[in-house]
Design a protein around this ligand. Structure first.
Ligand SMILES: *C/C=C(C)/C=C/C=C(C)/C=C/C1=C(C)CCCC1(C)C
Length: 226
């Protein structure tokens, strides 16, 4: 049972509902998007749909044990973060010819970030060593989208809609994603409850707002060309 005073459990519940609603929204709105943007909206719906399923289970783990659902959390991230990396690639591939190597660089960096974060959080390796290696993966992604090949392609060949989407997504990857390492840092002193509230809030921003950014670009681009 979900207890009224269980704030962490309540946030799990609210985010579950929001993920389901967002999935429905992106799926239905796909009809309004212009051709090449349709796939981006499909991927946005996959991200929130996969998260919804994991949130149902994570809520159960929390309510039963009052402990972090670490495995469900990282399985969810392992599926949804690569899909969000795919979004960057799709946005660029819609406007330019993009080398597959760029995709793999971003993908590998995101896997380093998640795998070492998991090893640290699950205490399968030193907590802070896992954190630092995970941080290196994230910082590499930030470098790539602000100064590397991805940013150069967007700046040189982007359309107005694609540039707006690219710039908003990189803001999410920098500011929105920063919420996760903050959760990781507060865990040792503030406990599993604080960690899960921070992660839940972060997922709300980074999965739903992320999809909304794509939805705005997808529907504005179809208006301007209609
Ligand atoms: C939908 C889920 C998303 C967007 C999850 C993103 C997760 C991160 C950006 C995690 C970052 C971490 C680090 C940068 C350092 C190591 C600890 C992590 C895994 C929490």
């Amino acid at each position: 049972m979900l207890d009224m005073t269980d704030l962490v459990g309540v946030t799990f519940w609210i985010i579950s509902a929001a993920m389901v609603a967002a999935t429905y929204f992106f799926t239905v709105e796909r009809d309004r998007a212009e051709g090449k943007w349709k796939t981006s909206l499909t991927v946005a719906a996959l991200v929130t749909g996969i998260a919804a399923i994991h949130y149902f289970y994570m809520r159960g783990v929390w309510i039963d044990t009052q402990q972090s659902p670490i495995v469900f959390r990282y399985v969810d991230w392992l599926l949804t973060v690569p899909l969000q990396i795919v979004e960057f690639y799709l946005i660029l591939a819609a406007i330019a010819v993009v080398r597959a190597a760029l995709f793999w660089k971003l993908m590998i960096a995101s896997l380093v970030m998640l795998i070492f974060g998991f090893l640290g959080e699950a205490n399968l390796m030193n907590y802070w060593v896992g954190f630092i290696i995970g941080m290196a993966g994230w910082l590499y992604i930030i470098y790539e989208i602000f100064a590397g090949e991805a940013s150069q392609i967007s700046a040189a060949q982007g359309t107005e809609a694609s540039k707006t989407a690219f710039n908003a997504l990189r803001l999410i990857v920098t500011v929105g994603w920063a919420i996760y390492p903050i959760g990781y840092i507060v865990e040792p002193s503030m406990g599993a409850g604080a960690l899960n509230i921070v992660y839940n809030l972060a997922d709300f921003v980074n999965k739903i707002a992320f999809g909304v950014v794509i939805w705005v670009a997808a529907t504005s681009s179809s208006r301007s060309t209609a």
